[in-house]
Design a protein around this ligand. Structure first.
Ligand code: HEC
Length: 104
């Protein structure tokens, strides 16, 4: 009984921290299923978003380039695996995503 209780508390606090991260993300993260291939902290299929932010720190042209790439897809920056295009994504959504990621 006691271990059940401890387990329930751990589960509750874990789901709380996951939700609070998700709540800070732009809605488009969910719409386009970005987290199927990415996480903030580590590489999944694509690079971790903190690594992306570090890579482009101080690169003034990166924001525009990434906004384009988010909509059109592309490969070669991190490896041979391509990121698929999101043809339905608006430029506003793409800019929100890029600003969110570069600020990590
Ligand atoms: C099917 C898997 C997949 C999905 C879905 C996906 N990505 Fe990616 N993403 C990748 C891969 C693979 C790369 C590495 C591409 C490369 O090496 O240029 C990447 C690269 C990136 C980069 C770095 C681009 C660069 O040129 O440095 C960003 C930022 C990014 N993704 C954000 C997102 C966002 C935001 C979404 C949701 C709209 C998303 N990704 C959806 C697989 C995915």
């Amino acid at each position: 009984m006691k271990s059940f209780f401890v387990g329930a508390v751990v589960m509750a606090s874990l789901s709380f921290s996951v939700n609070s991260v998700a709540a800070d993300m732009p809605a488009a993260v969910k719409t386009y299923n970005c987290l199927g291939c990415h996480s903030v902290a580590k590489k999944v299929v694509g690079p971790g978003w903190k690594d992306v932010a570090n890579k482009y720190k101080g690169d003034a042209g990166a924001r525009d380039k990434l906004i384009e790439k988010m909509m059109k897809g592309g490969k070669g920056a991190w490896g041979p695996m391509p990121m698929p295009a999101s043809p339905k994504m608006s430029k506003e959504e793409s800019a929100q995503l890029v600003d969110f990621i570069l600020a990590l």
